[in-house]
Structures are given as structure tokens and as C-alpha cells.
Design a protein around this ligand. Structure first.
Ligand code: FMN
Length: 285
């Protein structure tokens, strides 16, 4: 898709609301739009990934790190003790992608609180005293370029003590806002390519991170795209570790039809777009 077509898409979605002038010639949006999966491109990519399974690639991927042969080596493995009482280190070490979950497990409200609030909830309010602005900036447990926090978190509940459906996390007030109630597993399985590796039907919730790029672009231009992706990574990692610390299984999902997921979330798919999917469920004994 070319920039002119994307501009048409902006106009459809009334870009003025988002400061269209900031993103008129945006390379970031051009890249984002052109790296979206459709059902067709996802299938094509799947075939290509399949063709990657051969001995040559397996051998190459068996060493995904650089080495500097012949240089002086300082062996750190003899210093492997971790600081005292540091459960964090055990959690980090235990984290693995889990793709099959305990069938009847529900996600508790406390687990939802921990996963959402500790990953992207506001935990410190700092008074903004620059430029005579009378307001507060809400800081979180992840760093953010310029403290501009471009991400939004949603959760699709499959099995919990609240009705199944799509919720938005209000990061400033620790609330879930119910966008729509219903059983959405069948619909999501059609637009997310999880099977056969990930047994999504056995999961209890799906966490979706979106980005509103303009929040950061207003200050950093196209470089904001890098910052937003880094921040999505921080949040994904944070949630994976939090899930592990709660003894829940989780797995990132990279194969999905972008615009169908955007439609499901009822977001425009241009100014706010899906970035990250993390499926969570109880661990099997
Ligand atoms: C961005 C991203 C997308 C991923 N997408 C999928 C996916 O669609 N399906 C899947 O089974 N695993 C997916 N994974 C998990 C990786 O396969 C997994 O992290 C990797 O094999 C290393 O294993 P580990 O997480 O257990 O350490 C994804 C991971 C990342 C970071």
C-alpha cells in the first residue's frame, strides 16, 4: 500500500482527531500498514515458514549469537549466585511459552489486576509543572519514550468470575471497561493463527496491546515507531513474567489478521492498531 492510499484511509477515519498533520508523510505508518497480515498473507507466510524447516536453517538457527574467537574471555558462570531473596530471578528463569492450558481453569480478578496493573497501570502520579500546565503525568512500571505512553491494553475474557467478553483496561483507575459481552473464542480462532501449536480453546484470557502512535509521534516523528515497539516489548515481557509469577501459562501470538483484530476491538486500525497478543491460561499439573 502506498502513502497516498494510506492518506485516503486517514481521511476515512477522520484523522483530524489524531493530529493528522503530524503523520501526513509518515514512514512509520507506511511500514505499519504494509507489514499487516491479512488472512491471505498470513497463509502465504505460513507456507514460507514451513519451507524454512530444513537442516541448513536448523543448523544456522542453532547459534543465534555472535562470537569473537581468539579474544580474552572472562567466564561469568562462576559468579552465578543471584542476590538474596530475589524471587524475580527464579521467575525469570522459569518463564517459558506454554501453549496448552488446564481445561477448566478460570482467571481470577486478582490475577487480572496483577497482570494489568503491574504491566501498564499508573502507579505514580507526578505533578506536571512545565509550561504552566496544570496536570499530572501517570508513571507506570515500564519506561516510555518521553513518558507519553502510547499503548492501550484490552483483555478478552473466556473463563473468569466476570462475564466473558471484551474489556478495556483503564490504566489510570485500575478499572475494566466492558466493551462487549459474549463468547468470542470461535470468532477469534478464525482471525488468529494459533492452532495447531497453541490450544487457545483451553486458555482463560487473551491480552491485546494496541498502540496510538500519534501520542509519541507528536514529539519524536517517525522514530516514535521504534519507541512504541520497544514499549510493546516491555509490556509483553512484563506480562509474561507476571503470568509466570502467578503460576499461569502464557504465550505470545504473532500470527493474526491485523485489521480483523482491529475490527474486533472496535478500533480504527490506522491511528490505533493492534501490537501484541498474549494468551494466558492455567498451567496443567
Ligand atoms: C513476537 C512473538 C510472537 C510469537 N508468536 C507465537 C505464535 O504465534 N505461536 C507460538 O506458538 N509461539 C509464538 N511465540 C513464542 C515463541 O515461539 C517462543 O518465545 C520461542 O520459541 C522461545 O521459547 P520460550 O518462549 O518458551 O522460551 C512468539 C514469540 C514472540 C516474541
Amino acid at each position: 500500500m502506498k502513502l497516498t492510499n494510506i492518506k485516503d484511509k486517514y481521511d476515512d477515519k477522520d484523522g483530524t482527531l489524531y493530529g493528522k498533520k503530524n503523520i501526513d508523510e509518515s514512514l512509520a505508518l507506511l511500514f505499519h500498514e504494509n507489514s499487516k497480515f491479512t488472512t491471505h498473507s498470513m497463509r502465504k507466510q505460513g507456507e514460507r515458514i514451513g519451507a524454512f524447516s530444513n537442516p541448513y536453517v536448523a543448523e544456522r538457527s542453532s547459534q543465534p549469537f555472535k562470537t569473537y574467537p581468539g579474544t580474552e574471555q572472562i567466564d561469568l558462570s562462576v559468579y552465578e549466585q543471584v542476590p538474596h531473596n530475589a524471587e524475580l530471578f527464579e521467575t525469570i528463569k522459569r518463564r517459558r511459552s506454554i501453549r496448552d492450558y488446564k481445561e477448566d481453569s478460570t482467571i481470577s480478578l486478582n490475577e487480572l489486576y496483577v497482570l494489568l496493573q503491574y504491566s501498564y497501570g499508573v502507579n505514580v502520579r507526578q505533578k506536571m509543572d512545565s509550561f504552566g500546565v496544570d496536570g499530572h503525568i501517570g508513571l507506570r512500571n515500564v519506561p516510555s519514550g518521553g513518558g507519553l505512553f502510547p499503548l492501550e491494553l484490552y483483555v478478552v475474557i473466556f473463563k473468569a468470575h466476570i462475564p466473558s467478553g471484551l474489556y478495556h483496561f483503564r490504566s489510570d483507575s485500575m478499572c475494566l471497561e466492558k466493551i462487549k459481552e459474549g463468547e468470542f473464542m470461535n470468532e477469534l480462532i478464525q482471525i488468529i493463527q494459533a492452532e495447531p501449536y497453541v490450544n487457545m480453546r483451553s486458555s482463560s484470557a487473551l491480552f491485546i496491546t494496541t498502540g496510538i502512535l500519534e501520542r509519541q509521534m507528536i514529539k519524536y516523528g517517525d522514530r516514535a515507531y521504534r519507541f512504541m515497539m520497544q514499549e510493546s516489548g516491555f509490556v509483553g515481557m512484563m506480562m509474561s513474567l507476571l503470568a509466570e509469577s502467578l503460576n499461569l501459562g502464557s504465550c505470545m501470538l504473532g500470527g493474526y489478521n491485523d485489521d480483523k483484530v482491529n475490527e474486533f476491538l472496535e478500533i480504527d486500525g490506522v491511528f490505533e492498531t493492534v501490537n501484541n497478543l498474549l494468551v494466558v491460561g492455567g498451567k496443567k499439573d
